[in-house]
Write a protein that binds this ligand. Structure first.
Ligand SMILES: Cc1cc2nc3c(=O)[nH]c(=O)nc-3n(C[C@H](O)[C@H](O)[C@H](O)COP(=O)(O)OP(=O)(O)OC[C@H]3O[C@@H](n4cnc5c(N)ncnc54)[C@H](O)[C@@H]3O)c2cc1C
Length: 397
């Protein structure tokens, strides 16, 4: 991996490189420029240095001092003033991974007026919460948030960094990973930690046909993002444990973005939050047949979703799609009608508590994940289910 070095004997300390660096990757210290983790080795400083005091080093080193990096950092994302549930799921996983190596679990909280969230984190077994609370952090700007995360990692040198695969996490994770010139695996579905501290980042690859095991053997930290509802959140303890540590806004938390105006979008209900889901697949003959799926969802006080082909046909929007290129769900009850059970679909719903599947094909792969397999025509089963559930609720009333 290449890097930049400064030849102090040639450097006059003119500061031109610091001024011209487009990534704010240089600071002046004791009259000389110092390169920080934001350096992308773009080489602009080399070209601008009048003394030719900056050089590019090509390193062939493929080793990392693993002993210099330990513990796990979880980004505790704040959404609408509350902790995003994916952060709690990641804390649960981090605790499980950290245990055998005797590591600590740290949470990183970035935002403004987040003290209630910080207190809440102490109920989930983190050893420490690092807090960056400042009005410059009241809304998400990737560069400013990245500077805070970089500051925390530089200070504590956590070996593993876990981030939710939310819109915020997906924007932040690659920026910080790039600052450390290390690896990032997106959308992991499983994580394991080897004795030698390599994080095994497992995720579907090649269209879901294989589960790839990815390791970042030659650099630290190891960054991974994980989707919401893939891991288990720990129980909230009535007791608190761990410490709170507040840090000032890092000097380099400057933004290239200016907020002109904000239009809050009312939070939409997501299929990920449903307790009961009724799902239609390509076994449905026409768009209007989705009404039956919606009717059953209504009767069960649940929500409805689809497989990808129905989104491709324009029958439903992408936010209703379950699967690798849609959402991961884990409801208490999921009922599928006319869904074959391709791996790209099942890998994102197979952790549901109860799975009931209706399909005319007795060999449909969906039956390998279903708890109740109904080999039948959905056009016979669906209307009957709607009638009997509605009849039942009328009788109850
Ligand atoms: C990179 C990649 C990403 C993908 N991402 C996703 C994703 O996010 N989500 C997703 O869903 N797919 C995804 N796919 C597509 C996936 O491979 C499948 O093609 C898709 O899931 C099939 O959808 P289906 O089960 O509804 O349709 P089909 O596979 O066509 O299955 C229809 C099923 O309905 C049954 N059937 C037919 N008539 C009836 C009836 N009257 N009553 C009962 N059963 C009936 C049939 O027996 C059949 O099993 C992805 C593919 C790739 C390559």
């Amino acid at each position: 991996m290449a890097s930049i070095a400064i030849l102090e004997r040639k450097c006059t300390g003119c500061g031109l490189c610091v001024k011209n660096c487009p990534f704010s990757a240089m600071d002046m210290a004791d009259g000389h420029p110092v390169i920080n983790a934001a350096c992308k080795v773009c080489g602009i400083c080399l070209k601008n240095c009048p003394e030719k005091a900056i050089i590019r080093l090509e390193s062939r080193s493929r080793t990392v001092d693993r002993s210099a990096w330990k513990d796990i950092l979880v980004l505790a994302e704040v959404s609408g003033g509350h902790l995003h549930p994916v952060s709690l799921e990641l804390i649960g996983k981090a605790r499980e991974l950290a245990g055998p190596l005797g590591w600590k679990v740290h949470a990183l909280l970035i935002g403004h007026e987040v003290s209630a969230c910080a207190q809440e984190l102490l109920h989930y077994g983190v050893d420490r919460v690092s807090i960056y609370d400042h009005d410059a952090l009241s809304y998400f700007r990737a560069d400013v948030y990245a500077a805070c995360m970089e500051d925390e990692i530089l200070r504590s040198r956590q070996s593993v960094v876990l981030i939710g695969a939310t819109a915020l996490g997906r924007s932040l994770a690659p920026r910080v990973a790039t600052r450390f010139r290390t690896g990032l695996t997106a959308d992991c579905t499983r994580l394991e930690l080897r004795e030698n501290s390599d994080l095994v980042q497992i995720r579907p690859a090649f269209g879901g046909n294989i589960m790839a095991q990815i390791v970042t053997s030659f650099s630290r930290p190891q960054f991974a993002t994980v989707r919401y509802q893939v891991m288990n959140a720990p129980e909230r303890s009535p007791e608190t444990s761990g410490t709170l540590e507040t840090h000032p806004l890092p000097a380099k938390a400057r933004s290239a973005t200016t907020l002109v105006s904000r239009t809050p979008i009312p939070p939409a209900r997501s299929i990920c939050d449903a307790d009961i889901l009724v799902v239609g697949g390509r076994g449905l003959n026409r768009e209007s047949d989705l009404d039956m799926i919606r009717d059953l969802a209504d009767a069960l006080h649940g929500d409805w979703a689809v497989s990808r082909p129905l989104v491709e046909k324009g029958w439903a929007s992408n936010d209703r799609q379950i699967g690798l290129s849609g959402r991961t769900v884990r409801p208490r009850l999921i009922l599928t009608f006319g869904v074959s059970g391709a791996i790209q679909f099942t890998s994102c719903m197979n952790a549901s508590e109860h799975i009931v599947s209706v399909n005319t094909d007795p060999d449909a792969p969906i039956f390998s994940v279903a708890h109740v397999a109904v080999v039948a025509d959905l056009y016979e089963v669906l209307p009957e289910m709607i009638r009997s559930i509605r009849g039942g609720s009328r009788e109850e009333a």
